[in-house]
Write a protein that binds this ligand. Structure first.
Ligand SMILES: Cc1cc2nc3c(=O)[nH]c(=O)nc-3n(C[C@H](O)[C@H](O)[C@H](O)COP(=O)(O)OP(=O)(O)OC[C@H]3O[C@@H](n4cnc5c(N)ncnc54)[C@H](O)[C@@H]3O)c2cc1C
Length: 384
């Protein structure tokens, strides 16, 4: 429950929660163990309108406010963070099409993506890193109106299941975005990484081997796109961190109330109870930062610094909380059988994905007037 959401939004949260409880939760431990991509759950979330929840109705979505996207991330991450990240990567692809696509491109790609019929991948990261894009090599060259892609993208979520690759990078030192459909000649996928956590989400390399992209599949990066909109993606990762923390915390709360030592529940030991109280306080702060930032965007008074703060704070605390939850479980917490250990493994991505926490703190420091020159600040500094 968040005091930043309306009654109607909280009601929608209840329905999302029901989907997660009845359909996602029963499969979560198995997916973590087998690493199988949860395509059926992705499709089901699409059918229920959760994937296109913020896509405008004109393009097949439910046209809800951005807070609802955060609610989807939060609720799904409580039980299966890997599915939340799969959906998040897909949402990033959809947002690029919404932001940069022509009306024809939106009509062609968004309705099927919004309902989960197609899976998208956002291909941005290159071996030069993900933040210092001025160091990216040209991802291809122009041949008349066509763009011929010759590059490798790394760490791409949904790499091996994507129906449409949204490929973003530099061409002749200018940012370009291209759409490459599955089966296009020259499109190849490499290995799927064996990861610490997020088992079930596929992350891999994608090679574009002289892939010819025609004009109708090239989108223009519009200069002056609102930084408020560009930085919304960070709230999704903040919401995932919030959901992971809540998932681990709720299970731990139950555990300390039922596990007894010296004839008393663990929760009656003051030290244990204080850990519970501190975690609850941190979770409330994460929730407030994330949903306050989203609501400000919705009300047209976005402060992008808050988006960076929500992402940085939530992800760092998520790691501490999931660690503490294992601690309070003792030995069984260290095994995979309780389902608590996986939260800590999954938590780690939140300080790395969608830019490392260090970069977010750099952004905040730059907005605080610090003369940092080692991080590119790609947004307008206006509070919007
Ligand atoms: C599971 C997973 C899924 C991903 N999915 C996608 C995806 O779908 N699409 C996509 O394009 N990318 C994806 N990524 C890539 C991700 O966005 C990058 O890994 C991340 O942004 C960090 O970039 P890097 O790996 O290049 O780290 P590097 O740039 O090599 O940085 C390594 C570390 O150095 C520090 N550092 C780097 N630069 C600075 C600086 N300027 N100032 C201070 N400290 C600094 C940070 O601590 C950072 O964590 C994914 C990554 C993972 C792990």
């Amino acid at each position: 429950m968040s005091h930043f959401l309306s009654e109607e939004q909280e009601l929608m949260r209840k329905n999302i929660r029901e989907f997660v409880e009845t359909e996602v939760k029963p499969k979560a431990m198995v997916i973590d163990k087998t690493g199988e991509f949860p395509l059926d759950l992705f499709k089901r979330a699409g059918e229920l309108g959760l994937i296109g929840i913020c896509v405008s109705e004109e393009y097949g979505g439910l046209g809800q406010q951005v807070s609802m996207e955060n609610v989807v991330m939060e609720e799904v991450a409580k039980e299966l963070p890997a599915l939340a990240v799969v959906i998040d990567a897909h949402l990033l692809g959809m947002r690029a099409i919404e932001n940069y696509g022509t009306d024809e491109q939106k009509q062609k790609y968004l309705p099927r993506a919004a309902t989960g019929e197609t899976v998208l991948a956002l291909n941005w990261t290159e071996s030069a890193g993900s933040t210092n894009y001025p160091e990216f090599t040209s991802m291809g060259k122009w041949d008349g109106d066509d763009l011929v892609l010759d590059c490798t993208k790394i760490f791409i979520t949904n790499s091996h299941v994507a129906d449409v690759n949204v490929v973003q990078g530099m061409v002749d030192r200018k940012m370009e975005v291209a759409l490459v459909e599955k089966g296009t000649p020259g499109l190849e996928t490499g290995d799927i990484y064996h990861k610490l956590g997020l088992h079930g989400s596929y992350t891999g390399t994608v090679r574009f081997n002289n892939v010819r992209v025609t004009k109708d599949k090239i989108m223009a990066v519009k200069p002056g796109l609102s930084p408020a909109r560009e930085t919304l993606c960070f709230l999704n990762m903040a919401a995932i961190a919030l959901g992971i923390s809540e998932g681990a915390f709720e299970k731990t709360k139950q555990y300390v109330l039922t596990r007894t030592r010296f004839g008393k529940p663990l929760g009656s030991f003051q030290v244990v109870a204080n850990h519970i109280a501190k975690m609850a306080t941190k979770i409330e702060l994460m929730r407030s930062l994330t949903y306050d930032a989203a609501r400000r965007f919705e009300e047209g008074r976005c402060d992008i610094m808050l988006n960076f703060m929500a992402k940085a704070y939530s992800s760092e605390e998520c790691i501490k909380i999931t660690n503490q939850c294992i601690q309070l479980h003792g030995g069984v917490g260290y095994t995979e059988d309780t389902g608590i250990a996986r939260y800590m493994r999954d938590a780690k991505v939140t300080t790395i994905g969608e830019l490392p926490t260090d970069i977010h703190y750099d952004f905040i420091a730059i907005l605080q007037g610090m003369p940092i020159k080692t991080t590119v600040f790609p947004y307008s500094k206006d509070i919007c």
